[in-house]
Design a protein around this ligand. Structure first.
Ligand code: HEC
Length: 158
């Protein structure tokens, strides 16, 4: 009897009871601010951490760690109006690259961004979430399901 009770208490403190209790509280708090569920904010946090590390592997050498870009060669992601106005295309660019003229924050660029076919859908979702929630952007979580759907519609897909 005592043993069973102990097991219940332990199980309770590890998972069931604590998450049940706190999600109720968080539900009330977040309802006052924004409609973001606790699950979604944990996921956002995870995507941000993974996305930052991928960014610092695949993107920073051109767009720089602070997202400011580099001289006339590489356009900024920080405060980028292009990112705000072309969300669907940006998801495609992350995998398929881009060439030709592009205007970002009033300045014209014309260089090649190489394709990055090794990036998995989840990695693109993580990178997208990172760049879209840094440097003046605040789009929230960009889930991998949405990214997979968008990628299947890119020019150059298949
Ligand atoms: C070799 C340099 C290089 C790398 C690496 C690179 N980019 Fe780019 N990126 C560019 C160039 C150049 C352009 C503009 C292309 C053009 O002129 O058409 C661009 C355009 C963009 C744009 C749209 C324009 C803007 O500034 O809003 C985004 C967003 C972007 N890159 C994000 C990324 C991300 C995220 C990564 C990493 C996964 C990455 N890039 C890797 C060079 C690079």
């Amino acid at each position: 009897m005592i043993r069973n009770l102990l097991i219940m208490v332990m199980a309770c403190s590890f998972a069931a009871c604590s998450s049940g209790g706190s999600s109720e509280n968080q539900g009330n708090e977040s309802a006052e601010k924004e409609e973001v569920s606790p699950e979604e904010s944990v996921k956002l946090e995870q995507y941000m951490v993974a996305g930052e590390s991928l960014y610092n592997q695949y993107c920073y050498m051109c767009h720089q760690t602070n997202g400011e870009g580099l001289t006339d060669l590489y356009p900024p992601l920080a405060e980028s109006d292009y990112m705000e106005n072309n969300f669907e295309e940006v998801i495609c660019i992350l995998r398929y690259g881009k060439s030709g003229e592009i205007v970002v924050n009033g300045k014209t660029y014309n260089q090649l961004m190489p394709e990055q076919p090794m990036l998995k859908d989840l990695e693109i979702a993580e990178i997208a979430t990172y760049i879209y929630n840094s440097w003046g952007h605040s789009r929230g979580l960009i889930p991998v399901t949405e990214v997979t759907e968008l990628l299947s519609n890119c020019e150059g897909a298949n």
